[in-house]
Design a protein around this ligand. Structure first.
Ligand SMILES: [Zn+2]
Length: 91
């Protein structure tokens, strides 16, 4: 019964916001610096395709449309305007 109460009235401790993008204890940070949990839930904003990470430089590339999104200090910039198009044969 307490779970229902928690859902309807979450405690104002800010617990859910803590470390939302930074390195987390026990969390897995990928080679691009993007937390694995974040990578798993992100999609290409242009087409909804899955993203493939790269490390030189840190970036996320859409496997469907080929747009490459930059990653700044582990924070992916998921803006189509900031993305670079890459050809099907790669850069
Ligand atoms: Zn895409």
């Amino acid at each position: 019964m307490k779970r229902l109460t928690d859902v309807l009235d979450p405690p104002p401790s800010g617990e859910m916001k803590a470390g939302r993008l930074g390195p987390q204890p026990g969390g897995i940070v990928t080679q691009s610096g993007v937390p694995r949990l974040l990578l798993d839930i992100m999609q290409c904003p242009a087409c909804g395709g899955s993203l493939v990470e790269g490390s030189q430089p840190p970036s996320l590339t859409c496997s469907a449309c080929g747009l490459r999104y930059p990653v700044n200090d582990g924070i992916p910039v998921m803006l189509v305007d900031e993305a670079e198009p890459t050809g099907p044969d790669g850069p």
